[in-house]
Ligand binder design. Structure first.
Ligand code: ATP
Length: 495
């Protein structure tokens, strides 16, 4: 059977960099193709070329037997290609049905909203989207909003759906639901390109994988029969598994002491961390993780309780004062909270040190010393970009995240608050970041590691706490992990 999509020899350059260097990709109707590869290997670029967001410098695309060239996103959509963006393009104050009809001339709007609502109900049922046409977008969790984008694609008769890291912001139950929806789309004959760094998701739904490395296809394989280690090996050229904490180390003095900490949607929380330990905070997203992280970082005010760091109270301290006291923070939403995309890599890396000699120079953030240091950090953290003077906005998503991680880890903090630190990172980079955190712990710092990826939390934590409904439902030591109990805590049932 002829492929639904044939991309041949796609080349796309950014200056001297060949982000796509002769890539072939086929997708058949009723097939889910996993597009994998290290951060910066060219996955998003390839999809941007396909969707008409950037023109290719070479190669050709045939979709449903017709050549697609010189196209823009509007043409791609008209041809039957849909891109499910990570940042949804929805109007929050409007309902599902209104969003579906918005800007869609052929929607049959003259039939009225109720006719469209009936179509939405029917489609929603067919693909398991569970969407109420008259729900307001503002009232829907992220997972449902994403499904509105899928709904729009199906109603507009898209035959190929592109999903670029669609699970990064979803709660685990929403991920399971999304994967089920993808299977139903496949059953209906849709072709799907699924970009993800999470191998369990690949194993769960993909039929084949195409792996990119440095702008070229480095491997292709059917998923049936492939092992997780084998796929990881194809991506980074070696086997990567989560690093393990090696043995207990004698806990040091108390470094972070949190008593009765409360705020909107949070608390009261009591936690005590000693030097030399990693406390993992597991839990279903949206249960107070963001509130806890931001209150500790000084971005939200606590309404009650106290936080002390190495014996010094910091409950009301500014973000800067907390940093001076030795606190480092990696927010989950790094691209907008922790990074200035228009600034260079070097300036972003120096953001915390720019007031200090020798980095401060005539008001410029990164002088010569800054550039030298930035180069060293780029090498250590494998931040792939032409030079430290490249604007952060030109980097791939994962490489942007590495800037924040490098900056915060390099400060050798006393206390690190890391919220979903490995989101968007490829397996090699994930391994590296986890290793650095263990090293920080071994050197006597303490780490709060907040993540909804339970497996990762379990692999890296000395103790695991579960957050539910804004409070700590329970804590257990690594040696005494009781999975059913963890599950009960996570589901919010009484301890
Ligand atoms: N607008 C741009 N200007 C210059 N270089 C760019 C631009 N966009 C992407 N690049 C470069 O192209 C290469 C491929 O980036 P791309 O975003 O396609 O990677 P990716 O595989 O999607 O990575 P990730 O997993 O980190 O999202 C990277 O080296 C990136 O720095």
């Amino acid at each position: 059977m002829a492929a639904l999509l044939e991309m041949r020899g796609i080349v796309r350059c950014y200056g001297k960099l060949r982000a796509n260097d002769g890539i072939d990709l086929d997708v058949h109707a009723g097939e889910i193709v996993g597009l994998l590869g290290e951060n910066g290997s060219g996955k998003s670029t390839l999809m941007k070329v396909l969707f008409g967001m950037v023109p290719p410098d070479g190669g050709g695309i045939v979709f449903r037997g017709k050549e697609l060239a010189g196209h823009r996103p509007g043409d791609a959509m008209a041809a039957g290609i849909a891109m499910i963006h990570q940042h949804f393009m929805l109007v929050e104050a409007m309902t599902v049905v209104e969003n579906v009809m918005l800007g869609w001339k052929e929607s049959g709007w003259w039939l009225g909203r109720h006719a469209m609502a009936a179509r939405i109900r029917e489609t929603s049922e067919r693909f398991g989207l569970a969407l109420d046409p008259f729900a307001r977008v503002a009232d829907l969790p992220l997972g449902r909003r994403q499904r509105i984008e899928i709904l729009k694609a199906v109603l507009r008769e898209a035959e190929l759906l592109i999903l670029d890291e669609p699970t990064s912001n979803l709660a685990p139950s929403e991920v399971t639901e999304l994967l089920a929806i993808l299977r139903r789309l496949r059953q209906d004959g849709k072709g799907i390109v699924f970009i993800t760094h999470k191998l369990p998701e690949v194993m769960a739904v993909c039929d084949t994988v195409t792996v990119l490395r440095a702008g070229k296809v480095s491997g292709r394989a059917p998923v049936a029969g492939a092992s997780r280690a084998g796929l990881a090996g194809m991506m980074v050229g070696r086997d990567v598994t989560a690093p393990q904490i090696l043995g207990e180390i004698a806990p040091g003095p108390i470094r972070l002491d949190i008593q009765g900490l409360s705020g909107p949607g949070l608390g009261p929380i009591d936690l005590t961390l000693r030097g030399g330990e990693i406390l993992g905070i597991a839990g279903v997203d949206g249960n107070g993780q963001l509130e806890l992280a931001e209150t500790l970082a000084g971005l939200r005010r606590a309404t009650a309780g106290r936080i002390s760091l190495d014996g010094q109270e910091i409950t009301r301290a500014t973000v800067n004062a907390r940093m001076q006291a030795g606190l480092a923070y990696m927010p989950a939403d790094r691209s907008s909270t922790a990074l200035v995309r228009s600034m260079t890599i070097a300036d972003n890396l120096m953001l915390r040190d720019s007031r200090r000699a020798p980095y401060r120079r005539h008001g410029l953030l990164a002088g010569r010393a800054g550039l030298t240091k930035a180069k060293a950090l780029m090498q250590r953290f494998d931040i792939r970009a032409p030079s430290p003077a490249t604007p952060a906005s030109r980097l791939s998503g994962g490489n942007q995240q590495k800037i924040v991680i490098a900056r915060e880890l390099d400060r050798n903090p006393a206390v690190l608050i890391a919220h979903q630190p490995t989101w968007g990172l490829d397996p090699g980079a994930t391994h590296f970041v986890l290793e650095r955190m263990i090293a920080l712990r071994d050197a006597g710092a303490c780490v709060i590691y907040i993540s909804s990826e339970l497996e990762e939390v379990l692999s890296i934590s000395d103790r695991v706490a579960v957050i539910a409904g804004g409070t700590i439902a329970g804590i257990m030591a690594r040696a005494a992990i009781d999975m059913p109990q963890l599950g009960l805590w996570m589901s919010g049932r009484a301890a």
